[in-house]
Design a protein around this ligand. Structure first.
Ligand SMILES: *Cc1c(COP(=O)(O)O)cnc(C)c1O
Length: 439
């Protein structure tokens, strides 16, 4: 067996990378579309945005699409759209980007966190029911790091307790859950379309819903020039000024890019899927590491493999830290490998526990509870997930030779883990609220 590169052996990855990881892919048609918006002075209009909304919604088989200036705003609109307000509770996964739930806090809601499942890294349906109180009104799920959340049991719980479900599809554009498009299953969905995401248009977001009322309420909340499209006479009484005091209109340069992105994204997604599955197929059975992907034959797919991860099982590698493991794989020349590939658990942040943000005279997240303060929740899977996950290379093209070399880098390190135990200083992965451990 060849010696590990970290201790002076030859590297596993030798082929030139070229544009293997380059993202996003901006083509001539996008450039042309943006210039046209500029030349026609349509940056702040909504004709191109409406066309984008129509086509994006059609792609999902959903009735209404509403463009936003970013994904955070689309979730804010969705939370208001489904009717959330002061004192309502929203259940959210702890391991996610803050925008999944924080906009609901600004509506006066309390965010209650649920644990994640260690294999899917998405909200664990089994943990949701424990979090339900008389105040619970909604569950927000994230199809996290490309993986569809387990929607069937989640929708069943929602039905049983009469809760609304919001899907945050910022990580899994175009993914299928048992043959259905994610973002078309809950009551409403919010998508980030920012540059680093799989469906990349620049700063932009979109909300989808089949419910006319949700759609119209979201228009009332963050728009004013589109109030003429609102039919509900009750809502019309407040037309002309955005109820949320927010102006969330999408930039039409982003809408124009989005229209072009719609044409090429399915092919891009298919190629990424082929490349990533090829990588994981090569690593099937290697000790210490597992793929983070749906099981085969489930008709559930990854949507663009945003910020793709592997699952780490240190017990199979003599307790080797994921940090040391990733150092050794990176030394083999593999790119994009880093320990702790998840967001830090939000339920431990002071914002959701002790901070009085809106001058309630007590912590904002428990402002409407009869008894405060409330003890911080304990969610063991989310709290321990960083040392059990690692960022993997996000291949954008199906190039067998170099993907094989990357898989070889992981295999070589896993098979020679004993050489690494002596120099292992352990993990130190705390304090990151974005996906900042990633390279
Ligand atoms: C990126 C992201 C958002 C927010 O989208 P922006 O476009 O950055 O405002 C929301 N939820 C998740 C899970 C995200 O990763």
């Amino acid at each position: 067996m060849s010696k590990l590169a970290i201790s002076g052996g030859t590297k596993a990855v030798t082929t030139e990378l070229k544009d293997l990881f380059k993202w996003p892919v901006v083509n001539k048609a996008m450039e042309k579309a943006v210039v046209q918006v500029l030349r026609e002075g349509k940056m702040s209009g909504d004709d191109i945005t409406k066309e984008f909304e129509r086509k994006f919604a059609d792609w999902h088989g959903v009735k209404y699409g509403l463009g936003f200036n970013n994904g955070t705003a689309s979730l804010h609109g969705a939370f208001f759209g489904i009717g959330l307000g002061c004192g309502d509770e929203v259940i959210a996964p702890s391991s996610t980007y803050w925008a999944t739930c924080l906009p609901a806090l600004s509506l006066g809601c309390r965010i209650v966190f649920a644990d994640i499942h260690p294999d899917t890294l998405c909200i664990d349906p089994k943990d949701i029911e424990k979090r339900i109180t008389q105040r619970t009104k909604a569950i927000v799920v994230v199809h996290y790091l490309g993986m569809p959340a387990d929607m069937d049991p989640i929708m069943a719980i929602a039905k049983k307790y009469k809760l609304k479900v919001i899907e945050d599809v910022s990580h899994a554009h175009g993914a299928l859950y048992k043959g259905r498009m994610v973002g078309s299953i809950g009551d409403a969905a919010g998508f980030s379309l920012m540059t680093c995401k799989s469906f990349a248009t620049g700063e932009a977001g979109i909300m989808l819903t089949n419910d006319r009322k949700v759609y119209e309420r979201a228009i009332m909340f963050g728009f004013y020039e589109r109030h003429k499209d609102v039919q509900d006479p009750e809502l019309q009484q407040g037309a002309g000024i955005p109820w949320g005091g927010c102006k969330y209109r999408m930039h039409q340069m982003s809408a124009a890019v989005g229209l072009e992105q719609l044409k090429k994204y399915p092919q891009e997604m298919a190629e990424i899927d082929k490349a990533m599955n090829y990588f994981w197929d090569l690593l099937e059975g290697v000790p210490g590491i597992r793929a983070h992907r749906p099981s085969k034959g489930s008709n559930t797919t990854m949507g663009g493999w945003f910020a793709a991860n592997g699952l780490y099982v240190p017990e199979e590698l003599g307790g080797l830290s994921v940090t040391r493991f990733c150092e050794a794989v990176s030394a083999e020349g593999a790119r994009g490998v880093a320990p702790g590939g998840c967001n830090n658990p939000l339920h431990l942040h002071p914002l959701f526990n002790t901070l009085d943000i809106y001058k309630h005279g007590k912590p904002t997240n428990s402002a409407y509870l009869p008894k405060t303060p409330v003890p911080t929740q304990s969610l063991p899977v989310a709290e321990g997930i960083q040392v059990r996950t690692f960022a993997i290379p996000g291949f954008k093209h199906f190039r067998k030779k170099i993907i094989k070399e990357h898989a070889e880098a992981f295999k070589k390190v896993a098979e020679n883990y004993k050489e690494l135990l002596a120099g292992d200083k352990g993990n130190n992965l705390s304090g990151k609220w974005g996906l900042a451990n990633r390279k």
